[in-house]
Design a binder for this molecule. Structure first.
Ligand SMILES: Cc1cc2nc3c(=O)[nH]c(=O)nc-3n(C[C@H](O)[C@H](O)[C@H](O)COP(=O)(O)OP(=O)(O)OC[C@H]3O[C@@H](n4cnc5c(N)ncnc54)[C@H](O)[C@@H]3O)c2cc1C
Length: 387
């Protein structure tokens, strides 16, 4: 899918700068407070609405900013380099919006996209279940047709934005006996209502302050008009259709963590003395700084490559997978190296570096684990270079 945009490159650049300035001024001073208290940052959500972040990639026809994927990735990098968690509030929301914009009926687009662009309606992605994450075709949540409604029963877990959001894009089985299994899967635009239960917020090592919850559905009734695209059996394909943009987004969050951790480490290495000189002058620290900076820049270039192809409407499954892998591994590696550079102080919650370390691993798990992604990359390489 190409993101239609009428904005000039200069406008988009200005927007990235504005987000960076906001993140430095408003986000940085409160990040540690919210993270340590594991408290939802309502004031930040209001500011993100003002900035237009909830409509960043939604088309201008629906009141969004219609930004290109590369501009969006740069925004995500800027936010995540200060504090990754808030990027998840608009990221999952925009994945739901993109699915509606790409696959929804005209009525669904008109009903949801303008409210999503303003942030009045904030969404989430309801795919994972206690027994099924990577293997989504194994989900057990069933939607049974009953007249003009579906009746949904089942459970979901790890659903980000589901406590403070207004609804979720819910992956269900409309035909549990279908073979192949994916042909029996559908996506429902599921607004909160009777039978849609948010069981509770999960306690997490990182990505804190943001609501990630377990959900149960007990005879939850959804009007048939909420079936995404109006045709049953397309849910798995519709989910897979969002993976390229989703992977660029998660890669950008990883690259942002990597850049943020690197910048903290670069500063600390010049402030901290050991054996009569700043620690950056010890070769062991220089090697780390050099490797970190190289990983950050490499991840950003892979993201730019994938996003630019996406914006041109070209196939970029391989490039998006590589960008997600490189960005998330850069985040995990740079956060760990920064911990080593900070020495004992890395363990203190007085410094921010421990938060980057706690936040980083998630990027290696979400939007396709890096194990699965390596398999995807290898298969695509053979596919493109078959002898
Ligand atoms: C903080 C957080 C937020 C999340 N937010 C959301 C959300 O908003 N919405 C949502 O739907 N989900 C969300 N998730 C769920 C996330 O997408 C899943 O955790 C992820 O897809 C992995 O699934 P799993 O945890 O079931 O692991 P599993 O699929 O059980 O995998 C376990 C291990 O086995 C490996 N593995 C599995 N299959 C294969 C294979 N075929 N080949 C090689 N290795 C394999 C995996 O790589 C992994 O190492 C979130 C998770 C977390 C932790």
């Amino acid at each position: 899918m190409t993101t239609e945009t009428t904005r000039s490159a200069a406008d988009e650049h200005e927007f990235v700068d504005a987000v960076e300035a906001w993140a430095e001024k408003e986000l940085r001073p409160v990040a540690r407070k919210y993270d340590l208290a594991d408290e939802y940052p309502h004031e930040i959500v209001e500011q993100m609405k003002e900035l237009g972040l909830f409509g960043a990639t939604i088309g201008e026809a629906y009141g969004g900013l219609g930004l290109s994927a590369w501009t969006y990735a740069q925004i995500v990098i800027k936010v995540a380099s200060v504090w990754m968690a808030p990027s998840g509030i608009f990221n999952s929301h925009l994945i739901m919006a993109a699915a509606i914009e790409r696959n929804g009926t005209d009525a669904q687009k008109a009903a949801y996209l303008p409210r999503m662009a303003s942030g009045e309606y904030r969404g989430s992605i309801g795919l994972t279940e206690p027994n099924a994450g990577s293997d989504l075709q194994a989900i057990r949540t069933v939607a049974r047709r009953d007249g003009e409604h579906y009746v949904v029963n089942g459970s979901k877990t790890w659903i980000t934005n589901s406590m403070h959001g207004h609804g979720t894009l819910l992956l269900v089985k409309t035909d549990p006996q279908a073979e192949p299994r994916h042909k029996g899967m559908s996506l429902l635009i599921a607004d909160k209502g009777p039978g849609f239960n948010v069981v509770g917020k999960l306690k997490k090592m990182g990505y804190r302050a943001i609501d990630t919850c377990e959900l149960t559905f007990e005879d939850y009734r959804v009007p048939v008009g909420q079936l995404l695209g109006g045709v049953e059996g397309k849910g798995f394909v519709q989910t897979a259709g969002g993976l390229e943009l989703g992977r660029i987004n998660v890669g950008a969050r990883g690259a942002g963590i990597a850049e943020g951790a690197f910048k903290h480490a670069l500063r600390y290495a010049q402030e901290r003395d050991a054996f009569g000189k700043p620690i950056w002058q010890h070769q062991a620290i220089q090697l780390k700084l050099a490797d970190m900076a190289t990983q950050v820049e490499g991840a950003k270039l892979l993201l730019q490559q994938a996003a630019t192809k996406y914006d041109r409407g070209e196939r970029c499954d391989l490039e998006a997978a590589m960008a997600k892998l490189a960005g998330s591994e850069a985040g995990a590696e740079c956060a760990q190296q920064a911990m080593r550079i900070f020495g004992g102080y890395s363990y203190s919650v007085e410094y921010e570096i421990e938060r980057y370390y706690r936040d980083a691993m998630l990027m290696c798990i979400g939007e396709g684990t890096n194990e699965i992604l390596r398999q995807v990359i290898a298969k695509q390489l053979v596919d493109r270079h078959r002898i």
